[in-house]
Design a protein around this ligand. Structure first.
Ligand code: NI
Ligand code: MN
Length: 227
């Protein structure tokens, strides 16, 4: 059994596992890398790493249209509820929960999380999915931190990591992250969306492939990989 992971641009991904379609940080409107529009997505669950506009994105519209379960930290799901999103589940850093698609643990991340209207979005999170077919770690926007070694003890099949620099880890720190996490496969994200985060992902991938055991996939918006 395997899962499909579709890259939808910037930091937006959808995981297809059995009948479940798990949409992560759904940013379509205003996303220069988006090739789909928000109304083309039909997720069964939406998971948010933090409150920034390029991650909350089109969550409210997609959630209201589809009724998908929205999972995020407590502050973000409270904010979503206030705007009429009914099917929500709040968690927080360090906490895991068994959802219909599998276990999801929110991990630490070092970043901000202010919501688009200036509301308090709590603390940013990483996402550790333990699905029936694979364990997937989505670090979210974060600095490098050495406790990634502990997260790696879960035995990660796929790690999705930002490499853009400026707002998050850059290429050198993302390489250190791969060394800490020891994933079987790795996908870079959160780069080339705007000028401050321009990076050469292919040269990063070459370095990761040479210096770690991980196999790197540089995905274009719309690409799907099997894990
Ligand atoms: Ni952010
Ligand atoms: Mn971001």
């Amino acid at each position: 059994m395997s899962v499909e992971v579709e890259f939808l641009g910037h930091s937006t991904f959808e995981i297809h596992s059995g009948e479940h379609r798990i949409l992560i940080d759904p940013f379509f409107t205003g996303n220069p890398q988006a090739k789909k529009s928000a109304d083309e997505l039909n997720p069964t669950a939406i998971v948010l790493s933090h409150g920034h506009g390029d991650h909350v994105g089109d969550t409210i519209a997609i959630a209201k249209r589809t009724g998908a379960l929205v999972i995020a930290n407590y502050e973000i799901v409270t904010w979503l509820s206030e705007q009429g999103v009914e099917n929500v589940h709040g968690q927080h850093q360090g906490g895991g929960f068994q959802h219909p698609f599998g276990r999801l643990k929110l991990t630490i991340a070092f970043h901000g999380s202010m919501l688009p209207d200036g509301s308090n979005g709590g603390n940013p999170c990483g996402l550790l999915f333990e699905l029936p077919e694979a364990t997937i770690y989505f670090s979210g926007d974060t600095a490098l931190f050495s406790d990634m070694q502990l997260i790696g003890e879960a035995g990660i099949d796929l790690a999705i990591l930002p490499i853009g620099d400026n707002f998050t880890m850059g290429p050198d720190d993302a390489l250190r992250a791969v060394q800490f996490l020891k994933p079987k496969q790795v996908v870079p994200c959160h780069y080339n969306t705007w000028p401050p985060i321009e990076q050469d992902a292919h040269s990063w991938a070459k370095k990761v492939d040479a210096e770690t055991e991980a196999k790197t996939h540089v995905m274009q918006s719309g690409d799907v990989i099997t894990v």
